[in-house]
Design a protein around this ligand. Structure first.
Ligand SMILES: NC(=O)c1ccc[n+]([C@@H]2O[C@H](COP(=O)([O-])OP(=O)(O)OC[C@H]3O[C@@H](n4cnc5c(N)ncnc54)[C@H](OP(=O)(O)O)[C@@H]3O)[C@@H](O)[C@H]2O)c1
Length: 298
């Protein structure tokens, strides 16, 4: 990162005083779930200056918030005024994320979402939400001849089954407010299928049509939106672990004109998709990859 102060950085830094509005007594998710009023209408009545990226008064559930992209997404959402419910397996790292959140009223749930009990607990304890960002995920490189049923079940269990089943449980329990925005972090490889990532790519790629179908089912009446973000290479512990393995992928970073991404680059995209700034965007997939996946060879 260059250290220059970009507009996107300023947005996430909370200069708009979004966090102040979060504690100013605006209507809460549960109220909106019942009334079905739009967020923009709430703010127009309260006389606030309109900031389409604000998440003030909203409750956002972020999975995988104990590390990397999920942690930065939680930090970005809190800076924009949201109240957070964050999850991950590691309670200590989840606590570090919680300590970094602006505003009040945040909660954390330590749970293994690949296990039925952990998944059920997150769905039960999250309460009514206005936004969901599914970041929890794992990767492991394995060429086809070394792929096993165990590998498939492990990768798909957390990358595909968990976000789908979490969404289903929240919907069935009427815990997703009208007008909510659901965001699922997939991967550029879901669109390509890169070397030795077939199972991981499939686990992420399967999310895209599943959530397009969901967005049709909940869009017209409930105005619930569902979108995916496909990141390229992002500097996180997941990428560090890949590079520490046998197949270093550092050389690939330069394939993107904008090089290696940082967690805030994806977090800012998630804030956009959660906010009213994207209120006419649903069933889409945003490539956040520094230009990696569109090659220009001229
Ligand atoms: N970094 C990249 O270059 C990149 C590129 C494309 C897509 N992605 C995707 O972006 C998402 C975030 O990745 P990241 O790079 O931020 O990775 P990360 O730093 O390793 O974070 C992964 C997060 O997922 C959580 N998680 C994993 N298994 C879990 C389980 N069974 N139950 C609950 N939580 C679980 C981890 O929680 P604990 O640590 O507490 O267990 C952690 O919070 C992933 O879905 C990944 O596939 C990353």
């Amino acid at each position: 990162m260059s250290g220059e102060s970009h507009a996107a950085d300023r947005t996430v830094s909370g200069e708009s005083h979004a966090a102040d509005r979060a504690v100013s007594g605006e209507s809460h998710a549960a109220d909106r779930a019942v009334s079905g009023e739009s967020h923009a209408a709430d703010r127009a009545v309260s006389g606030e200056s309109f900031n389409p990226f604000s998440l003030a008064g909203r409750t956002v559930l972020v999975t995988g918030a104990s590390s990397g992209i999920g942690r930065q997404t939680a930090i970005g959402c809190a800076a924009m005024g949201a109240r957070l419910v964050i999850t991950g397996r590691d309670a200590a790292r989840l606590g570090e994320t919680c300590a970094a959140l602006q505003g009040e009223g945040h909660r954390s749930i330590a749970a293994d979402m690949a296990e039925p009990d952990g998944l059920a607990r997150v769905a039960e304890e999250a309460g009514v939400i206005d936004g969901l960002v599914n970041c929890a995920g794992i990767t492991a490189m394995a060429p086809f001849r070394m792929t096993s049923e165990k590998h498939i079940r492990r990768i798909h269990g957390i990358n595909f089954d968990a976000p789908i089943l979490l969404t289903q449980k929240l919907l069935a329990a009427r815990r997703i407010a009208n007008g909510a925005s659901l965001v699922y972090v997939t991967s550029t490889t879901a669109h390509i299928g890169t070397f030795a990532t077939g199972i991981y790519a499939a686990s992420k790629g399967a999310l895209i049509p599943a959530l397009r179908a969901l967005a049709l089912e909940v869009g017209a009446k409930q105005k619930i939106r569902a979108n995916c973000i496909s990141p390229g290479y992002v500097q996180t512990p997941m990428l560090d672990a890949l590079n520490a393995g046998t197949a270093s992928i550092e050389a690939n970073y330069d394939l993107a004109p904008l090089g290696l991404g940082q967690p805030e680059d994806v977090a800012n995209a998630a804030v956009f998709l959660l906010s009213d700034a994207s209120r006419w965007i649903t069933r889409s997939t945003l490539m956040v990859d520094g230009g990696l996946t569109v090659h220009v060879s001229i």
